[in-house]
Ligand binder design. Sequence first.
Ligand code: ADP
Length: 721
Amino acid sequence: MPNEEEFLKLSGLTSFNPVQQESIKAGILIGENLVVSAPTASGKTLIAELAMLRCVLEEKKKTVYIVPLRALASEKYEAFKEKYEKLGIKIAISVGDYDSSDSWLEKYDVIILTSEKFDSLLRRDISWISSIGLVVADEIHIIGDQNRGPTMEILLTKLKRLTKAQFLALSATIKNAREIADWLDAKVVESDYRPVKLYEGVYAEGKIAFYGKESIAIDGTELPEIKIVHDTAKKNKQSLVFVATRKSAEATAERIANYMADKISNADAMELKKTSEEILHALEYPTRQCERLAKCVAGGIAFHHAGLLGKQRKLIENAFKANLIKAIVATPTLAMGVNLPAYRVLIRDAKRYYALTGYSYIPVLDYQQMTGRAGRPQYDTHGEAILIAKTFEEAEDLAERYIMGETEEIYSKLASEPVLRVHILALIATETCNSLQSVYDFFSRTFYGLQYGSSSELAEKIDSIVDFLKGNRFVEQNRDKLRATTIGKRVSELYIDPDTAVKIIEGLKNSKDAKTDSSALIELLTTSLEMRPHLNVRQGEFKEIYAKISSAELLHEMPDEWDYDYEESLKSFKTALMVCDWANEATEEQILEIYNLTPGELHNKISIMDWLFYSAQEIAILSGAKDIIKDLRKTRVRVVYGIKEELLPLVKLRDIGRFRARKLFNAGFKTVEQLREAPEITLAALIGPNVAKSVKKQLSGKEDEKNFEAKGLFEFARRDN
Ligand code: ADP
C-alpha cells in the first residue's frame, strides 16, 4: 500500500484536510466502521479511497462502492480507474440489467454499483459476497428519500448480516448522523469543513445582502437571475442557477441566453458554436428540445435536467469545465449528481412541488447540497451562494430558514407498501427469511426499526403483504415456514413489483380468450407501478380518452368512475397511447410535441417497457401462457425500435433502426432475402455506403440474424440509430 505521501501524490494533493485527518484518527485505516457527515465537496471520497486501498492491497479483499445514481457510478468509475489501475487494482462498474448475476465481477477488486443493481445481485447467489472487506455507502442521507431511500436501507441491512466487512457511510451534513452510526455500529465523524470559504446571501430589490461580508448592488432592470449571471460573467466566473422544474430551467436558460448572446467573446463564441452543433445533432433528427438547448449553448448558457440525453449532458459538463458555458440552469438533481463547482450558486426557487405536501419549501439539506457547489477549489478564494427573494420580507424569511437554519433529521421511508412488497418477497426468495418472525426480525434491524421500534403498524403491514404473496402463489407456507415458489423466485429475480407480476399473470390469462393485439399488451404493461409517473391527463382530454378506453380491447378491468384509482387509470391509458403511437412509427418529434415529453423521458419510458416485456415473457414461460410468448416478443421489438410489424424482419440487421428500415421497406426491400439480392450500390443510395456495406457483410456470413432474446435489447436498439 502506498504511504501517505505517495497516496496524496496520486491525487495531486499535498496534505489531508481536517475531515480526512479526523477520519484517520477515528480509525478508518484500522477497520473501524465510520459515518462521515460533512458538507458537499469536503473531500469525503478520498476517505473512501484510503479505506479502499487498505482493503484491496493489504487485506486482499474486495470493496463495494454503492451510489444512489447511475451518473455518480460512472463518475467514480472513471476517476478510480484513472488513479488506481496503475497500482494493479481492478475496477468494475455494474449498473444495468437487473436479471443477471454478473459473475464476471468476481475478478475485480473494487466494484461500483447503484443500490438497485446490488440489491438485484443479492437475489442470486453471488460467489464473491464473502470476499467483501469494505462497503462504502455514498450519499447515505438518501435513506430519507421516498423513492431511492428504501433500497439503500434494505441493502445495507442485508450486507450487515451477510458480511463481516468494514462499513463506511458518507453523508451530507445531517442532524442525526449519530443515529445512522448507531444503526451501522459505527463511529461518527461530523464536520462543517469546506475547502473554499462560502458566503451566503439573499438578493432582493437590486441588492445582495451577504452574511459575513459587504452587500453588493446589482444594477439593471432585468430579472435578478439574468443580472447576477451577467455580473458573474463580467468577473470571468461562472454561475449555477437552481430552479424548481425542467420547464422553468429551459425557459430561464433561454431568457439568460438571449440577454448574454452578444456579450461573449468571439473566441468563446466559435468554440460554443461547435458544441452547439454537436448538441443539435445528438439524435438523427433534432427534437425541439435539442434545438432549444443548442441555441442556448451558442449563447453561452445551458439548461441541465434529467430529461437530457446522456451525450448532451456530457457535452455541457465539459464545456462548463472549460469555462465556455457561463451558466447552467438546472433542477436540483444536478447538485447531487455531478461534481460541477462554480463561483456563484443561485437558488432562484426555494419552493417546489412535492407530491405529498404540494408547493412547499425545499429542505435545508437540499439547499446545502446546492450551495456545496459554490466555489471552485483551484480557482476561487471563496464561493457565493445567493437565494433570490421578491421582497425584503421574503429575503428575511429565506435567510432565517436557510442561512441560519440547521439541516433536518432524516427519517426512514421504508414503511410504504410497494417497497415492503418488493423486499419481503426478495427476503423470502433468497431464504434470508424463512418465517414471519424472521421477517419481523429483519425489519427490526433496519434503520426504520431503530427509529420506530417494532411498531405494530409495521407488523400489520408485513402480515398483509405476506398474505398477498401467499394469495398470489409467490410464497407458500408449511407450518410456520415460508418458502418462495418457482414463480415467486423468478419475479423477485426479475426485480419487478409483485403487484405488476400479478397484473401480468391475470392479463395473460385473459388474453387466451381475446385476440391479443400489440396495443392490448402495451396497455396492460403500462398499468404497472414501474411506469409511473404516468402522463398527465388535462381536463379537456378526459372525454376523448374515456371514449378511446370504451372502444379498446383490454386485458384487465378498468376501475369505475367512482373508484379512487380511476384517475390514475386514465393517466396510464394515455401513457399506453403514447407507447402505441411510438410503435406505430410516429416520429420522436410528434410524440414529444403531442404528449409534452422530453427525449430523456421518452427513452426512459421505452427502456422500462423493454424490461416489462422481457419480464412478461419470462413470466409467460413459467405460468403456462405459452401461446402468447410470440406476441410478447414481437411487440417488445416493435416498442423498443418504434416500428410497425412489417419492419420486424429488417431491424434484425445491425445498424438498421426505425428510419433506415422504413426507407428500405418503402423502396421495396421488405425482407432479408430481397436485401441479399439487391446490389450494394442501390442500398447505398438509400442508407449510405457504410451501412450498406455492413448490411451486405452481415448477409454474406452465417450470422445474419440478431438474437431478439438479447436482454439489453433497448441499449442495442439505441446504439443502432
Ligand atoms: P465530497 O465527496 O465530500 O462531496 P469530493 O470527495 O468529491 O467531495 O471532493 C471535492 C474536491 O476536493 C475534489 O476535487 C477533490 O480532489 C478535492 N480534495 C479532496 N481532498 C483534498 C485535499 N486533502 N486537499 C485538496 N483538495 C482535496
